[in-house]
Ligand binder design. Structure first.
Ligand code: AMP
Length: 548
């Protein structure tokens, strides 16, 4: 038999922890306190990860036990990211913005035994604990343990006291790279949140892609403002990518409003940042009121929801190129990244590529499936449901009775993304809509995302969500929920006039409402489920152009 001569080598988180503390002692995590940053070097992260592993072992945590975090992006969360998977346990990042029912459901389904909680959100967690009988220990971080009042049967510890004086090395167990490392639930915009379990191997491979030039192109000279929460798809993989490449992480903790984010940028001058569009919308509005040079950002990656083309132009104006990316909790999340192809130097030509969701890396296979179940061509026109597969794409959802690959979400080993897309002959994917958000009016489809982008390309509009609402004549018509910059622009006739010049007449919405904010999901995306429900309840003052 002819065989490879190569060695094996387990791709585990423990290796990343040991590598980063030895090779990048100068790199650091630094967390904003409201007025300044507090640093923790990668060597210290490694020391504390080992100390945490000793403490957790003493608390009875063993292989594959779930250790949850209920925390902001900060130094101690990075320690948990390092220590928990390295010791063979599973880090379960809990979303701070879920409803109490969802949080209790998730903690119980994942069977979390230990929870690390930031003192600032301890009162929130305290409300869930009476409903989570299997939680044994809560470790309070960044504040006194008295911040948490827990029901009887749960031991409360202070993080600093718990790890103090313990050895700063740990004999990390030898694991299989396919073992579970981190667990994260989807944000549950449609139905119950679903658990996805990442392996050591999937995280390793994904981190390599994050750092590659076709990914986020990050390295030792970068400092990354990681705004996307560590409880939302592992902050897009940045905590692990940082250990791999010696990237300094700038963490905003709970200071996620535009003003403090700009203060962090002024103080730390990060070279790179990552966040969903709504964050950048807020930052742009603030910059208009209080100009500040942010050109230290050589690039920002924006994804999680469609980036309006107008936003890319706005940030180009600040000297900060936006790179558009697409992904899901189910895809770790890096699925596609838009970088114009080699040779496309003309800015307008490049712009046409930059507004798409981009190309897939080699490890992510993609196909488009039409209504009849047949595969569609990559011709830039045909649109169907996007299906993906690969080593960092989930093949099932977690269930205590055994993981489940429901046919509504999986198709012959491919993940059904629920996103309607088209792909150009040169491999650039464009998301048209979520399958559930497409609007069918008089038998024709309108993409809610494209309509939103057009509404938001009007400079008078700060943000706008579009949903389909029932219509007697056309079955469904688009309804626009908009936020305007100046109250005088809450003028349906003028808003529609802007659209008539840009889209077919039949697509121009009649029903509009103007509000101060569009409802958002727990991860900062437009919450169309809520918009639809509020519309149905009559919660909006709807202006109907047909009645004008
Ligand atoms: P989540 O698991 O919460 O990150 O949500 C994943 C979903 O967000 C995807 O299935 C898409 O519907 C949406 N999404 C993510 N990135 C983009 C993007 N760049 N453009 C449009 N939709 C996106």
């Amino acid at each position: 038999m002819f065989a490879s001569t190569m060695q094996e080598g387990e791709l585990t988180i423990a290796r990343l922890v040991e590598y980063s503390r030895r090779v990048f002692p100068e790199a650091k995590v630094t967390t904003w306190t409201g007025t300044e940053s507090r640093d923790m070097s990668f060597s210290e992260v490694g020391d504390k990860a080992a100390q945490l592993a000793h403490a957790l072992t003493e608390l009875g945590v063993t292989r594959t036990d779930r250790v949850a975090t209920f925390m902001w992006n900060n130094n101690e969360h990075q320690v948990a990211y390092a220590g928990v998977p390295a010791m063979g346990a599973v880090l379960h990042t809990l979303n701070l913005r879920l409803s109490p029912e969802q949080a209790v459901f998730i903690i119980n389904q994942a069977d979390d035994r230990v929870i690390l909680v930031d003192a600032s959100v301890a009162p929130l967690l305290a409300r869930y604990l009476p409903g989570t009988p299997n939680v044994r220990h809560v470790i309070v971080v960044n504040g006194p343990k008295e911040a948490l009042s827990a029901p009887e049967g749960i031991a409360v510890h202070g993080f600093d006291e718990l790890i103090a004086g313990r050895p700063t090395t740990f004999e990390w167990p030898v694991l299989d790279e396919r073992d579970p490392a981190v667990m994260c639930y989807t944000s549950g915009t449609t139905g119950d949140p679903k658990g996805v379990v990442y392996s050591h191997r999937s995280i390793w491979l994904h981190s390599m892609q994050v750092n590659s030039t076709s990914g986020m192109s990050l390295g030792n000279s970068d400092s990354v403002l990681a705004i996307v929460p560590m409880f939302h798809v592992m902050s897009w993989g940045l905590p692990f990518a940082a250990m791999m490449a010696g990237i300094t992480l700038v963490m905003p903790d709970r200071f996620l409003q535009p003003e403090p984010l700009l203060a962090i940028m002024a103080a730390e001058k990060p070279t790179f940042a990552a966040a969903v569009p709504t964050i950048w919308q807020g930052v742009a509005a603030r910059l208009e009121a209080a100009p500040q040079d942010i050109s230290h950002l050589r690039e920002v990656v924006v994804g999680g929801a469609a980036v309006p083309p107008s936003m890319i132009r706005t940030f180009d104006g600040y000297g900060v190129p936006i790179t558009h990316a697409w992904g899901m909790t189910e895809t770790s999340p890096l699925g596609s990244v838009s970088r114009p192809p080699f040779g496309v130097d003309d800015p307008d030509e490049a712009f046409a590529y930059r507004v798409t969701q981009g190309r897939f890396p080699p490890s992510v296979q993609a196909r488009l499936i039409g209504d009849d179940g047949a595969e569609l061509p990559w011709d830039g026109v045909s649109s169907g449901e996007l299906e993906v597969r690969g080593p960092w794409i989930t093949g099932a959802y977690y269930s205590p009775e055994g993981n489940v690959s429901d046919p509504s979400k999986f198709h012959d080993g491919w993940l059904r993304t629920g996103d309607v897309s088209s792909i150009s002959p040169d491999g650039f994917m464009t998301i048209r809509d979520r399958t559930k958000d497409m609007i069918k009016t008089g038998g024709e489809w309108i993409s809610s995302v494209e309509l939103e982008n057009t509404v938001m390309s009007n400079p008078t509009v700060a943000e706008a969500a579009v949903v389909g609402v029932p219509d007697e004549k056309w079955d469904e018509r688009p309804f626009v929920l908009a936020v305007v910059k100046d109250p005088a622009d809450a003028d349906v006739a003028r808003q529609r006039a802007f659209l008539f010049e840009r889209i077919p007449r039949w697509q121009v919405p009649e029903r509009w409402a103007f509000v101060s904010e569009v409802p958002k999901t727990s991860v900062g995306k437009f919450d169309k489920k809520v918009v639809r429900a509020q519309y149905a309840e009559g919660a909006y003052e709807v202006i109907d152009a047909r009645e004008a």
